[in-house]
Design a protein around this ligand. Structure first.
Ligand code: FAD
Length: 243
């Protein structure tokens, strides 16, 4: 049912990822996790001469609260990371604005990695929402009885996974219509994968914020010279379901 009419179809496929939590009955299915990026103003030749990075490789670190970055075609640095991870009650932002606190955190990471970028302006910041299942594993499903199908829970790796999920859903529908047998895609382990729901609030909010506080604490320990993975991070991994 839409605002202007009713659409009917034998199959309805839902691909709402981090926004799924706004649908009735789905609040605790996939946790809407915020993810943010900043991009600098173009950096001068002198910066690139001192830094190198001539091959424009994408880069990331091995931190628990990790970052990733790339040198853009027009010589900026685009850098992403977590920022404010989650809003109480699985709320998602619709205004597209990025919290100043998040921009400041990402800028701090930028300068830590590239001290010579200290004075560069931040041209733009943006945020989006990821869908995080309780076990951090994606699902593709088609319910034969209702005709409702869905795919998602890609966490931060959906750019290519969505393509595979779309083709998997297509094969499931065609099999159901009898126009195709099962394929190697319909036999993938993510088809019909069952995952338990996230805890109710306020446990969900406390859990996510506690988990990220723990990851930041573990990163600080490891940055200070600890040679092995901090036990704090191991405990946070068990609680978060991320292995
Ligand atoms: C800052 C950031 C950086 C990222 N970097 C990477 C990366 O480097 N590599 C990578 O693989 N992935 C990355 N991701 C994740 C990737 O963007 C997502 O996994 C991917 O976009 C998921 O695609 P999707 O089509 O399933 O969902 P989305 O792209 O989230 O699309 C969901 C759609 O559903 C619509 N919708 C919402 N509610 C409803 C409704 N009620 N009815 C109808 N439609 C609705 C929305 O408008 C939206 O268009 C990043 C995400 C962010 C936010």
């Amino acid at each position: 049912m839409t605002a202007t009419g009713t659409v009917s179809a034998r199959f309805v496929l839902r691909a709402t990822e981090g926004f799924t939590s706004a649908l009735r009955g789905e609040k605790r299915s996939w946790l809407p996790m915020n993810s943010s990026m900043i991009v600098t103003d173009p950096l001068p030749r002198s910066f690139w001469d001192s830094v190198g990075w001539a091959g424009r490789e994408t880069l990331g670190d091995m931190a628990h609260a990790y970052m990733y970055a790339q040198r853009t075609a027009d010589d900026r640095i685009a850098l992403g990371g977590r920022g404010v991870p989650y809003k109480f009650g699985s709320r998602t932002d619709n205004d597209g604005r990025t919290a100043q606190q998040t921009i400041d955190q990402l800028r701090e990471i930028l300068v830590r990695f590239f001290p010579a970028s200290r004075d560069v302006g931040i041209a733009h910041a943006w945020s989006g929402v990821l869908g995080v299942p309780r076990d951090w594993c994606s699902t593709v499903e088609l319910d034969r009885v209702s005709g409702l199908g869905w795919a998602g829970g890609y966490v931060g790796s959906g750019v290519t996974t969505t393509n595979l999920a779309g083709r998997t859903l297509r094969d499931l529908v065609l099999r159901e219509l009898g126009s195709r047998d099962g394929t190697e895609l319909t036999a993938l382990p993510w088809v019909g994968h069952q995952v338990r729901r996230w805890e109710p609030e306020p446990l969900r909010w406390i859990g996510v914020h506690g988990m990220y506080a723990a990851y930041h604490a573990a990163d600080r320990q490891e940055l200070a010279g600890r040679a092995t993975t901090s036990p704090i991070a191991r405990v946070a991994d068990v609680i978060s379901g991320r292995h």
